[in-house]
Design a protein around this ligand. Structure first.
Ligand SMILES: N[C@@H](CCC(=O)N[C@@H](CS)C(=O)NCC(=O)O)C(=O)O
Ligand SMILES: *[C@@H]1O[C@H](CO)[C@@H](O)[C@H](O)[C@H]1NC(C)=O
Ligand SMILES: *[C@@H]1O[C@H](CO)[C@@H](O)[C@H](O)[C@H]1NC(C)=O
Length: 231
C-alpha cells in the first residue's frame, strides 16, 4: 500500500483521540500509508510543540516536513491532495451541507458529551446528557437528508460526515458502559443506530491502526473520576 505519493506522511496522534482517528480514517480511505507516532500529551514532544505551536494538540499531519493541524482541515487537505474516492461530496451544495454538519458535531455534540463525561456533579451530567441527546437528534435528521436513503451520510460509501461522527462511536460505547446512557439509542434515533453498525463494519474502519477501543475510553473516564490520592 506504500504509494509514492504517500511518502513523507507522519501522523502525530493519541490512541484515545477521536480527532486523530479521523485522520487515520481519511488516509485509509485514500489508500495511502503513513507513519504513526503516539504522543504523550502529558509530556509533549518537541516535534508536536513545533508543529502545532498554537493549539499544541494532536492530530498533526506532517507532509514532507510541513505541518497541518486541526482534524477537519487535515481531512480536507488529504482529500485535495490524493486522488481516489472523494471524502467530501463533489457537488458544492452537498459539500457545504457536509461541512455544516461536521462543524455542528464538533461545536455542539462534542462539547455536550465531553461535558457529560467530565461532569463531577450529577446535575451537571444530566444537563449535558440532555444537550447531547438533543444534538444527536439533529444528526438523525441530518442523516436522513444527507444519505438520501443510502447507507451512509456520504451515500453508498463513507464520506466526511461519516468519518467525523463515526470517530466518536467508540467513545459513545464507553459512555454507555460507564453511565448506562445510549447516545445513539435505536428507539430514538433508529437511522443512526443502523448507520453506526454499518460504519464499524466498513473496511476503512476495520483497517485503522492503532485501533482505539471503548476499553481505553472507559479507562480514561474512570481516571477523570478517580478519587484524589491522599495528600
Ligand atoms: N479541534 C481539534 C481537537 C484536537 C484535540 O482536542 N486533541 C486533544 C486530544 S483528543 C489533545 O491533543 N489534547 C492535548 C492537550 O490539550 O493538551 C481537532 O479537530 O483536531
Ligand atoms: C518526556 O519526554 C522525553 C522525550 O521526548 C523523555 O526523554 C523524558 O524522559 C520524558 N519525561 C517524562 C517525565 O516522561
Ligand atoms: C433508549 O430510549 C428508550 C426510549 O426513550 C429509553 O426508555 C431507554 O432507557 C434508552 N436506553 C438507554 C440505555 O439509554
Amino acid at each position: 500500500m506504500a504509494g509514492e505519493e504517500g511518502e513523507g506522511l507522519k501522523v502525530l496522534g493519541l490512541q484515545v483521540s477521536p480527532f486523530v482517528l479521523r485522520v487515520c480514517l481519511a488516509l485509509n480511505m485514500k489508500g495511502v500509508s503513513y507513519e504513526y507516532v503516539e504522543e504523550d500529551v502529558s509530556n509533549k514532544s518537541e516535534l508536536l510543540l513545533k508543529s502545532n505551536p498554537v493549539h499544541k494538540k494532536v492530530p498533526v499531519l506532517i507532509h514532507n516536513g510541513k505541518p497541518i493541524c486541526e482534524s477537519p482541515v487535515i481531512m480536507q487537505y488529504v482529500d485535495e491532495l490524493f486522488a481516489g474516492r472523494p471524502i467530501l461530496p463533489t457537488d458544492p451544495y452537498e459539500r457545504a451541507t457536509a461541512r455544516f454538519w461536521a462543524a455542528y458535531a464538533d461545536d455542539k455534540l462534542f462539547p455536550a458529551w465531553y461535558g457529560m463525561v467530565k461532569a463531577q456533579a450529577e446535575e451537571e451530567r444530566a444537563e449535558k446528557a440532555k444537550e447531547t441527546l438533543a444534538a444527536i437528534e439533529h444528526m438523525e435528521v441530518a442523516f436522513a437528508k444527507c444519505s438520501g436513503g443510502n447507507a451512509f451520510f456520504g451515500g453508498d460509501s463513507i464520506g466526511y460526515v461519516d468519518i467525523v461522527l463515526g470517530s466518536f462511536l467508540f467513545w459513545f460505547e464507553a459512555v454507555r458502559r460507564v453511565f448506562d446512557l445510549e447516545i445513539i439509542n435505536a428507539s430514538k434515533t433508529p437511522l443512526l443506530a443502523a448507520w453506526a453498525e454499518r460504519f464499524v463494519g466498513t473496511v476503512e474502519a476495520k483497517e485503522v491502526l492503532p485501533l482505539p477501543t471503548a476499553d481505553m475510553a472507559v479507562q480514561y473516564i474512570n481516571k477523570l473520576h478517580a478519587p484524589l490520592p491522599p495528600p
